[in-house]
Design a protein around this ligand. Structure first.
Ligand SMILES: [Zn+2]
Length: 406
């Protein structure tokens, strides 16, 4: 019964954590909070985009004009459940591509008064087949990290911080998938440092059905939030009605704000904060803004000559994932007679810590200093029965395991 209660508690807790997640951490794109170069880059991109829109309008682009973006996922996991599977990756790319190509089944839910501006962006995202050194790749790079929770500070983009360095950001869209805990995802600011360019998605918001990636890919392609991150602010797109602020949940009524008396807010647009199951369109205006980035001389033009989707020149049998197979403490054999072994190979920082062995009354009956990553413990002196083994290290990770001495 107790175990059952505990299981319920964890399920509720993780559901609450997810609900409490912020939909998107995205700095206001004024450049104010960046350095002078980023601010100037941002102004240049904005000027270029506005010029492109003035010149081209919402040009209808033909099928031959589909832009294919090579994608690499850097999956940083600490716990085994944070390791994303090929099936999850495929399901997530399917959501992303269907949304960008307006082949999403829920496009039928776009209200009639917005259907006319809904657009097939004609941009697709494909797993890279050739890495920057022209070696074969699956496009998914999984890596164990001792870090349990990441913040929106780009550290996951640095190998020196036990993250993963970006692949050439002029040729690949880099997507880091790691435990962001408090955020569903965030995208780099336009015009920022090249080695930090890309998208970060929390493992809690990744896979089939999740649309955080669609929203963040929108930012990566220069889209702003519908409310322009200001009260009735400007998103630089003519066919998205001005709206006062973000939308939460899944409304159905017409919400009139900022004088948008005809149609009301376009809260079913991917660039709002509405629940995933209720967003279903990008617009023609957003399409033009995104595609302006690929014009000659624009910041993402280099993607048109990316070699990331080529047949690789060097075929190698896939490297084993850059990770150990041991992901958490392993205590064996259990039950044990004279000796039990605690395998802590996944993190050398356990060495030097103390193990406490407690009986059922909570009294410490033995302490053992950890001197090796695979630590044998002599339990021959213990009375037969059930015991708890506990230890803790500086980053807060603790181990508490039960074992039986025969
Ligand atoms: Zn956002």
């Amino acid at each position: 019964m107790k175990a059952f209660t505990l299981a319920i508690f964890y399920i509720v807790l993780s559901a609450l954590q997810l609900a409490a997640q912020n939909k998107c951490f995205h700095p206001v794109q004024t450049g104010e909070n960046n350095n002078a170069i980023s601010a100037q880059n941002l102004r240049d991109i904005e000027n270029f985009t506005n010029q492109f829109i003035t010149t081209n309008g919402n040009t209808i682009v033909t099928e031959s004009n589909i832009i294919r973006i090579p994608v690499v996922f850097h999956n940083l996991y600490h716990f085994p459940e944070e390791k994303i599977t090929d099936l999850q990756v495929a399901a997530q790319l399917d959501v992303l591509n269907k949304s960008f190509r307006r082949r999403n089944a829920d496009s039928v839910n776009t209200p009639a008064h917005f259907k006319g501006v809904a657009a097939d962006i004609e941009i697709e995202f494909h797993l890279a087949t050739s890495d920057p050194r022209k070696r074969s790749t699956t496009g998914v790079n999984r890596k164990y990290t001792p870090v349990k929770v990441w913040g929106p500070d780009d550290k996951m983009k640095m190998a020196a911080e036990t993250g993963a360095d970006a692949w050439d950001t002029k040729s690949y869209l880099n997507i880091w998938v790691c435990n962001l805990e408090s955020y569903a995802g965030y995208a780099s600011v336009m015009g920022g440092p090249a080695d930090k360019d890309g998208i970060v998605i929390s493992t809690l918001a990744f896979g089939a059905g999740f649309k955080t990636i669609v929203h963040e890919a929108g930012h990566w392609l220069n889209l702003k939030h519908l409310w322009g991150d200001d009260n009735c602010g400007d998103d630089g797109v003519a066919d998205t009605p001005k709206q006062a602020s973000y939308t939460l949940g899944c409304p159905t009524e017409i919400r009139r704000t900022c004088g948008n008396t005809t149609t009301g807010d376009m809260y079913m647009n991917y660039m709002d904060f509405t629940s995933d199951e209720c967003v279903n369109l990008f617009t023609q205006g957003q399409k033009t803004r995104m595609r302006a980035l690929f014009a000659s001389g624009a910041v993402r033009n280099s993607f048109l000559s990316s070699r990331g989707l080529d047949v690789p020149l060097i075929f190698e049998s896939p490297l084993p994932d850059e990770m150990p197979t041991w992901l958490k403490p392993n205590l064996f054999p259990n039950p044990a007679t004279n000796s039990i072994t605690l395998d802590l190979s996944y993190d050398s920082r356990w060495v030097g810590k103390t193990i406490f062995i407690m009986n059922l009354s909570g009294q410490t009956v033995m302490t053992v200093l950890i001197t090796a990553k695979v630590q044998p413990i002599n339990i021959s002196g213990l009375q037969p029965g059930m015991y708890f083994l506990a230890t803790k290290k500086e980053d807060g990770e603790s181990i508490k395991q039960k074992f039986i001495k025969l």
